[in-house]
Design a protein around this ligand. Structure first.
Ligand code: PGA
Length: 243
């Protein structure tokens, strides 16, 4: 399975930096798929800058309906029109800062797929939940309730405590969780569940990417902070094993 290296710019980045960034990441190795998820305002500029490069473009959220009186929200068809092919949904920062429940994430994923976008659904436990031995249970519950029945997207396992902290789970913990996620996807989605990329996210950097990306069932990385530097994202992509 081709690994996906996805950059999540969060609420960072300005128009002026887009073209130069895009030129650097066009040197990405061909054995991985690259995806950039910038803020909404940069999508159109990125779409122009990445045209013909094979690098995919994603957004970081969408509304659950295709249009309506929802001030400040953005609909999936609008993202598609701006050049996005993917959308991150249910990131822990959305779940926490905007009270997004599994049901909300599921409705957004349905809307994304209806608009022809590939949803990247984020799951992951807090450190309190891991300490209590509930990590796998929490993630299984998120998967059971956040994924539409016809889900055909990407999963990102992002332990909340590893995001932006410089801390990462042990290789054994990542392997155990990704194996559990694969089993849950297969049970939930049948054969589709076998071919879904399961990304790891949370403090992925050039220095730890090779060991994380080599683990079984790790189908790529969702990279926050390190993706803001094009050279770091390239180094992470170069660290992906040739499978
Ligand atoms: P980080 O963020 O790489 O800065 O830890 C990952 C994410 O939130 O997707």
């Amino acid at each position: 399975m081709r690994q996906i290296i996805a950059g999540n710019w969060k609420m960072f980045g300005r128009l002026a930096g887009v073209t130069a960034y895009a030129e650097v990441i066009k040197a990405a190795p061909s054995h991985v798929s690259l995806l950039i998820c910038p803020p909404f305002t940069l999508l159109d500029r990125f779409a122009t800058a990445l045209k013909g490069s094979g690098i995919a473009l994603g957004a970081q959220d969408c509304h659950a309906t295709p249009e309506g009186a929802h001030t400040g929200d953005i609909a999936a068809p609008m993202l598609a029109e701006a050049g996005a092919t993917h959308v991150i949904l249910g990131h822990s920062e959305r779940r926490e800062n905007h009270g997004e429940t599994n049901a909300v994430v599921k409705a957004k994923a349905e809307a994304a797929q209806t608009a022809g976008l590939i949803p990247i659904i984020c799951v992951g436990e807090t450190d309190a939940q891991r300490d209590a031995g509930e990590a796998e249970h929490v993630v299984r519950t998120q998967l059971a309730h956040s994924l539409p029945a016809n889900f055909a997207g990407i999963i990102a396992y992002e332990p909340v405590w590893a995001i932006g902290t410089g801390r990462t789970p042990t290789e054994a913990d990542v392997t155990a969780m990704h194996t559990a996620i694969r089993a849950a996807l297969a049970a939930q989605l049948g054969t589709t569940g076998q071919s879904i990329n399961i990304l790891y996210g949370g403090s992925v950097k050039p220095g730890n990417a090779a060991s994380l990306l080599a683990l079984p069932e790790v189908g790529g990385a969702l990279v926050g902070g390190a993706s803001l530097k094009a050279e770091d994202l390239l180094a992470i992509a170069a660290a992906a094993p040739h499978r």
